[in-house]
Design a protein around this ligand. Structure first.
Ligand code: SAH
Length: 218
């Protein structure tokens, strides 16, 4: 762990992180717990060093294999939606990517399972999350269209890639009263950040939160 530059300098320093948090507050992220967690997480370690100096800009950045680390605002917003009401204990994330969203969620939930379809991204985030000391995050290489049945049912599921429609498998792995936060829509049209609440074995309550831009579900 000593080889990781967790503190950072200059563009990756605590001052740079504090400025990002101010920006998120201005964009009306209100959950102080989320802001405090994001203030501490070294986002610059979740991307290639070539982009590290931009790590505390509020923007999505490439992480290779045609994928991106989500925009900090979007991470904060989705986490707010997920934690609203009661804090979920058992959570599933689809699309580990860099592992950054997982690290943020890991600070709040009891056990987070996260699945990634691209092998090298899975390996990198698995190793990084371990090196950073997260022991309640379980990474898996798998196709998220099938959720992760081995640890179902979940209190909440979050997807960080956008399918055309909500995969029914994910709804099946939710507890009654649980919720799914997911961007839905085709790549080149507007995607909607959607919150689906499971109200009964076969009933759902769906709400649209806001327009977003995500990479597509593979
Ligand atoms: N949560 C990530 C966002 C990464 S972008 C972060 O904080 O960095 C979305 C990720 O979803 C990509 O890594 C992509 O490979 C992955 N993905 C896309 N389709 C998937 C699928 N069907 N199953 C699992 N992961 C998928």
């Amino acid at each position: 762990m000593s080889k990781l530059d967790i503190e950072g300098v200059g563009m990756t320093s605590q001052r740079a992180r504090d400025r990002l948090i101010q920006e998120l507050e201005q964009k009306s992220i209100k959950h102080s717990g989320i802001l405090n967690v994001m203030r501490k997480i070294p986002r610059h370690l979740f991307m290639d060093t070539a982009f590290a100096t931009r790590a505390y800009e509020d923007t999505a950045l490439p992480i290779g294999h045609g994928q991106t680390i989500s925009q900090p605002y979007t991470v904060a917003k989705m986490t707010e939606l997920l934690l609203e009401g009661s804090t979920p204990e058992y959570v599933l994330e689809i699309g580990t990517g860099s592992g950054y969203q997982a690290a943020v969620l890991g600070a709040f939930v009891k056990e987070l399972h996260t699945v990634e379809i691209i092998e090298p991204l899975y390996r990198r985030s698995r190793d990084l999350l371990y090196d950073l000391g997260y022991r309640n995050i379980r990474t898996h290489r798998s196709d998220g269209n099938w959720g992760w049945a081995q640890a179902a049912p979940y209190d909440a599921i979050i997807a960080t890639a956008a399918p055309d429609e909500v995969p029914s498998e994910l709804l099946g792995q939710l507890k009654i009263g649980g919720k799914l936060v997911i961007p839905v829509g085709k790549q080149n049209s507007a995607q909607m950040l959607t919150v689906v609440e499971k109200t009964g074995e076969n009933s759902w309550d769906k709400k649209m939160a806001e327009a977003v831009q995500f990479v597509p579900f593979v």
